[in-house]
Every structure is written in structure tokens, then in C-alpha cells.
Design a binder for this molecule. Sequence first.
Ligand code: 5MM
Length: 340
Amino acid sequence: MNKNELASIAQSIMQKGKGILAADESFPSIEKRFKSIGVESNEENRRAYRDLLLTAEGSEEFISGVILFDETIRQKAGDGTPFPQALSKRGILPGIKVDGGAKDMPGFPGEKITEGLDGLRDRLKEYHDLGARFAKWRGVIDIAEGIPTTGCIEANAEALARYAALCQEADIVPIVEPEVLMDGGHDLARCYEVTTTTLRTVFSRLVAHRVFLEGMLLKPNMVISGAKCPTQATAQEVAEATVCCFRRTVPAAVPGIVFLSGGQSSERATEHLNLINMIADLPWEISFSYGRALQEAPLMTWKGLAENVPAAQKAYSHRAKLNSLARKGQYESKMESMAA
Ligand code: 5MM
């Protein structure tokens, strides 16, 4: 493990005004996204869509890293350049999703455990050779009647810690993503409670596995009311509860926190990020690692048609720019209507 290199990659991802595009949808997820615009999910359509996002001119001003899917890291941009090189050339770090997905956890009805540790050491070596400098593993924690259980939280935390240790051995910065799902009827207080327990457990396992905290990033959910909760917390309450939770659970040695959007609207995800970054004296850099909240606008504009590519790229860059401003606490909702 080269600690200097890991710390420097993590800091480079967290540079001011920039964040991460999560474009690592697995086959079932990208199929779902394409279905919403009536496009078939085949290899060429997936390549064309990722090409649009990854080569959008000017996006490098707001994006420091992109999380790729296994298929994408092996594909090429329209001009024949492999995607990882097309990104590095513009100063964007290529990342890779390495988990094998969240599967039903035996003995724990309604709960999931993320698979993918077997053979991971060899896969990481190959991904590093292909250009990946950071990776991502997502554990899923659901909130409902009687769940999450301690067993599910502990099993996912252990897997995240083993993944992180293997990444660092391969000089790849691990993004540790314990996602407490935002759908459900629970309120903000319940989300706070579950997120707190989850993060405490995750950091306890990361430390037990001797993970170098300065060379990792955390990708958590915000502390928010469940989407089906009748009393929705205000954006300011979300920002304050989120920061309070992290201050109590995330060591200051961790260089950065990059949020997932988790099904929030694009505007809401930006607004929350902005309010969080307006809170003073945070010990970590706070940015975004959005999938849906960055891709909704370009996906809807593209609709699978080549002639829509320039407009879709503009929509993506505009969204990235607004999140870049929110990462500095400088976003205002009136900017939504301004051109990219
Ligand atoms: C882009 O979506 C990622 C991959 O999801 P699947 O493995 O389920 O296909 C997902 O892990 C994503 O990186 C995070 O959840 C953040 O994305 P959102 O859409 O929540 O910002």
C-alpha cells in the first residue's frame, strides 16, 4: 500500500468545486433507466450514452471522478480512445464499481447483503491496469418494521471493510458506500438513528481491518425523511441533522464525504448539498457522487437520438455546474433556469 498515493488520489477527487458522476449502473439498473425513455439496453446504446456523459466538453471543470461499470471501463469513446484514457486526458479520475450487487440475506427476511469479495484481489489488479484509481462498493440498509437488524448492519459493514482493505492493498482509493435507503414511511429521527448506528458500525470495522482513513472516501445517504413519510423535514432540518450525525460518527481523518442522491429530485439533492456546505467548520470536504440526480436531465434530453447529444451534454454540464456551486455553498434556486 502506498499511503501517499492513496491520500493524494483522495484529495484530488475532493478538490474544491468538483464532485463525482456515478455512471456505474448495473445491467438491470441501466435497463430500467433506458426503459423510461423507450431505448433498448444493448451494448452499443449503453456505450453511446456513456460516451455522451464521459466526453461532455467542459464537464471536467465540475467533475473530478467518474464511477464506471465493468463493461464501460473496457469500452471506447467515439474517437476510439478507451474510456479511462478519455477521462484521464481531461484530468478526470476513472473509478470502478467492484461490488457484485445486493442480494437477499439468508435468514434475514427483507434485508440485503452485498456480494463480490471472492476473487476481488485479482479483479482490482486488473482494474488498476485498465486505469482505475478509485473504486466503489455499496451496502444497502433498508428501514421498515423490525429492520434493519444488527446482523444485517454488521455483515454489510464487515464486507465494506474487507473490500476497502483489498482496494488499498492495490493502491486504489475505496469509496465506502453504506446506503440507508430513503424510501419508506419513516421520519427524519428514525433515519438519523439508523444512519448513526450504521456509520458507527462501519467505522469500527474499517478500523479493525486497518483501513488507512486518509486514503478512503465515504459515500453516505443524507439524513432525511423517508419518501413516504407524511411529515417531510425541511431542507434546513435535513442539512443540520446530516451534519450532526456525521460529526458524531465520521472521523476527521477521512478526507471527504461524497453524497449519493438516493432518489431525491435533482433540484432537492443540489439544495441539500448547498445547505450542508453552508454550515461552518466542517472537518471534511463535502461533495456529491450522484447517479440519478446528475443523469436525469441528460437522459431525458437524449432519448436515444444522436441529434440530441449536444443538448443532453449541455443539460449534464449545467447540472454538474449547479452541484459544483452547491459544493461551495454558492447555489441559488434561480440558477436552475439559467443556461449552461
Ligand atoms: C448509478 O447507480 C449506482 C449503481 O447502482 P446498481 O448497482 O443498483 O445498478 C449506485 O450505486 C449509485 O452509485 C449510488 O446509489 C448513487 O446513485 P444515486 O442515484 O443514489 O445518486
